[in-house]
Design a protein around this ligand. Structure first.
Ligand code: ADP
Ligand code: MG
Length: 430
């Protein structure tokens, strides 16, 4: 199987890594050279699919399926009409994506389907989360606790021409689930547990959810324990409600592909959906793969080929952690995934630092104290054991390169009770 992946940043890296695990040959197309996924591809073609259809046709005709892995509307729209006309399987559902790409449209869908979601302002009180309707990677997400702060946050979004979503802050924990659907049938995968940095960017994915929660402070370098705001345990009822919500949402967008559903769990255990994305997400599929052996890229290809998802039950076989570190200025820090989007081509190094899989753009020779990133994937008998192995890998990395381990950051609402307006901003790049 030769899989064409269009887009070589975060989604493309996820797709290329999992395609490699499935034994596929990866053909990457990106309009820019030196993207992170380039190091994981057998072939890399640097051009814009929308402006060079003849070349697009030539490259895609050498492949067996096409997986768009970017958020460029023009490229997605182009591929959605071009690829089916070539008779090639397209592992993407543009109509579903068009709904989920907009948080305002998504929220309207949640209301219509009766899927629990955060209360919209002004039906909720402060603090509120303010975020742009369109965007990803936590860009522009702000926590606001007062009217003046809200006015500022609104003005900042309006100045960028962005529509604002203003909603109740749900403290969490934060969970995610993927669903693959086709022809009205849906397959839900293993839910995962997410942790964020101070910029609300996801820094760590843990699976399975059972036993994944460590209150801040219980693991190396995290926020102080007095900042803990959620119970570490997620109930079976919450996970069942998450599964139900994912299936209802897949049906609601008539999904023909893969969708990611992200929730914050409310104090009463209700998973409140904060975001859906009908496209291959990054980070969580690799954690699902390591914990359950379910390869979402392979399952997606099989689903589109067969016209329906395979019948299988997601089951955790072991624990898994997926996290990334930035090395800079003599320090190593576990940070959100925006650090990976800007990395150079990632090399896969199994066993490095004692982790199971490492993807890194660390220079092969010399300057290992410069700026580089590493994605660390670890397995263990349980989620807690996988966490310990991840922490050990960071310690070993620091030791081998003579680096200091920087304390991890966490969202403001987890580490402090008082929330100031605009105290938490998205990384502003993605
Ligand atoms: N209503 C909310 N309550 C608490 N945290 C939220 C809420 N909305 C967003 N967040 C936080 O901000 C992050 C980014 O917001 P999200 O809606 O997922 O947008 P993006 O498209 O940028 O991923 C979430 O993963 C979560 O940590
Ligand atoms: Mg999100």
């Amino acid at each position: 199987m030769r899989l064409a992946i269009v887009g070589g940043k975060l989604q493309g890296t996820e797709a290329a890594y999992l395609a490699g695990e499935a034994g596929y040959e990866v053909v990457l197309i990106d309009r820019r050279a030196e993207r992170p996924a380039a190091g994981l591809a057998a072939e890399v073609h640097v051009f814009d699919v929308t402006t060079d259809p003849a070349r697009t046709r030539e490259v895609l005709l050498s492949c067996d399926a096409v997986l768009p892995a970017c958020e460029d509307d023009r490229a997605l729209q182009f591929l959605s009409s071009f690829v089916p006309r070539m008779g090639l399987p397209l592992l993407f559902d543009f109509d579903a994506y068009a709904v989920t790409q907009s948080k305002l449209r998504s929220n309207a869908l949640f209301e219509r389907l009766g899927v629990p979601c955060p209360l919209p302002w002004p039906r909720c009180g402060f603090p509120v989360v303010v975020k742009p309707s369109v965007g990803s990677g936590s860009t522009g997400v702000q926590l606001v606790s007062s009217e003046p702060g809200l006015a500022l946050a609104r003005a900042a979004l309006a100045a960028q021409g962005a529509q604002a979503v203003i909603e109740e802050l749900v403290a969490g924990p934060s969970l995610s689930i993927e669903v693959i659907a086709f022809g009205g049938e849906a397959l839900t995968l293993l839910p995962t547990f997410l942790e964020f940095d101070a910029a609300y960017d996801c820094k760590r994915v843990v699976a399975p959810v059972e036993g994944a929660g460590a209150a801040p402070g219980e693991h190396a370098g995290a926020a102080p324990a007095d900042g803990a705001r959620w119970p570490a345990a997620v109930s079976a009822a919450t996970l069942a409600a998450l599964d139900t919500a994912a299936r209802r949402l897949a049906e609601g967008v008539a999904l023909g592909g893969v969708m990611d559903v992200e929730v914050m769990v409310a104090a009463d255990g209700t998973p409140k959906v904060i975001e859906i994305d009908a496209r291959l997400p990054s980070q969580t599929p690799a954690a699902v793969y390591h914990a359950s052996d379910a390869n979402i890229v392979a399952l997606l290809a099989e689903t589109v080929a067969a016209g329906r998802p395979p019948v299988m039950a997601p089951r955790a076989r072991r624990g898994a952690v997926y996290e990334h570190v930035l090395v800079e200025d003599g320090r190593v820090e576990v940070l959100g995934e925006h650090i990976v989007g800007g990395a150079g081509p990632l090399r896969r190094c199994d066993g490095l630092y004692g982790a199971d899989v490492v993807l890194t753009d660390r220079p092969e020779t010399g300057a290992s104290r410069g700026r580089w990133v590493a994605v660390l994937m670890t397995r263990g008998a349980t989620a807690a054991a996988a966490r310990e192995r991840a922490a050990a890998a960071v310690a070993r990395l620091a030791d081998e390169h003579g680096l200091e381990i920087a304390p991890e950051s966490a969202p403001a609402h987890e580490s402090a009770c008082a929330v100031d307006s605009g105290s938490a901003l998205g990384p502003g790049a993605s």
